[in-house]
Design a protein around this ligand. Structure first.
Ligand code: DAH
Length: 330
């Protein structure tokens, strides 16, 4: 009995697969090799005229061939699909932004550098870093900080509120973290709180509606104004250099009593204000239920201000423009 030459069938299948350029052609191939008019189907029709032994043997061979062709087409179809994805990936992975300028590596934004430096000056003398949310309650931003209802800082013209009742707002100062930290921790406290603050300010050379501050707070049993002065003078010298002269002048903040501003003497002889500070008002300590034998001092410093002074930057918007020619100078 003449049998189908299976090797020839497989060889022609291989040839046909090599020529495939479109995924749909695999379906046509299945039809051609296994469909109604295929050689295999023709052979099956002959089975009924064979002796039962031949029928069994040849029938098994035809089934094996069918299985082989089915699995071969399936496997080749998958390979074809994979190769299509690979070549598509090669094309689409080309990052058109990557070669137009030579890579310069990456570096920190100048504000992050200054912030990190200020934090590390204070952490080297024992201060820990604390954080608080940017969306705050009026309690944490004003009331607990001894700021009365009538205080101008609370006006909607100065503060970005988040609701009509003026109960929630974008924090205008990192002093909020003082309250949050003391609400959750017993004294003594030595913390600095770096972060972003928001005010309803127009952009000008020295003001931006979003800027950065670092708040500091120390609460302990025998703290005095001398400790405050020593700590901040140490900071100013570490940051601006040992030769810098500082002076403290009286000021007013609702949450400190007495309060002061620290000024540094610039090269041209001008005195420039760099931070606000004071002895924590006893009302603030009692708002967080601290025992009254504790005293504290606190300060708040603007990071943009420090960076502008040190690097002689004349407009605050330089920090946010993200102009590489500005940023890469630091
Ligand atoms: N929160 C003040 C501001 O944003 C800065 C400040 C002043 C913080 C005095 C203090 C402080 O802790 O004692 O202008």
């Amino acid at each position: 009995m003449p049998e189908l030459n299976f090797d020839k069938v497989y060889a022609s299948l291989n040839l046909r697969i090599k020529d495939i350029t479109n995924i749909d052609e695999f379906d046509e191939l299945t039809k051609e090799f296994l469909g109604k008019n295929s050689l295999i189907a023709e052979e099956r029709k002959k089975l009924s005229s064979l002796s039962s032994d031949d029928k069994k043997n040849y029938g098994r061979k035809l089934t094996e061939a069918t299985e082989f062709i089915t699995s071969e087409i399936k496997a080749q179809r998958q390979l074809f699909l994979n190769s299509q994805f690979t070549s598509r990936e090669e094309v689409e992975n080309t990052d058109i932004s990557i070669d137009w300028t030579p890579s310069r590596g990456s570096y920190k934004h100048v504000l992050s550098t200054v912030m990190d430096e200020v934090v590390s000056i204070f952490s080297s003398i024992g201060y820990e870093v604390a954080h608080g949310p940017e969306a705050e309650t009026s309690w944490h931003n004003f009331d607990a900080l001894n700021t009365p209802d009538w205080h101008p800082a609370r006006y909607e013209s100065d503060t970005l509120y988040l609701d009509k009742n003026l109960d929630t707002l974008l924090r205008t100062q990192t002093s909020t973290v003082q309250i949050r930290h003391m609400e959750e921790n017993d004294p003594p406290v030595y913390i600095v709180a770096p972060g972003r603050v928001f005010r309803s300010d127009q952009l000008d050379a020295t003001h931006s509606p979003v800027f950065h501050q670092l708040e500091g707070l120390a609460v302990d049993k025998n703290l005095t104004f001398t400790d405050l002065k020593g700590t901040l003078e140490y900071f100013v010298k570490e940051f601006f250099g040992n030769d810098i002269e500082t002076k403290f002048i009286p000021h007013f903040f609702p949450f400190t009593e007495p309060s002061a501003e620290v000024l540094v003497k610039w090269q041209n002889g001008e005195w420039l204000e760099i931070l606000g500070c004071g002895m924590v008002d006893p009302n603030v300590l009692s708002n967080v239920n601290y025992p009254d034998n504790y005293k504290g001092f606190a300060w708040g410093v603007g990071i943009e201000r420090l960076a502008m002074l040190r690097y002689k930057i004349d407009h605050i918007k330089n920090f946010y423009d993200n102009d590489i020619r500005f940023l890469e100078q630091f």
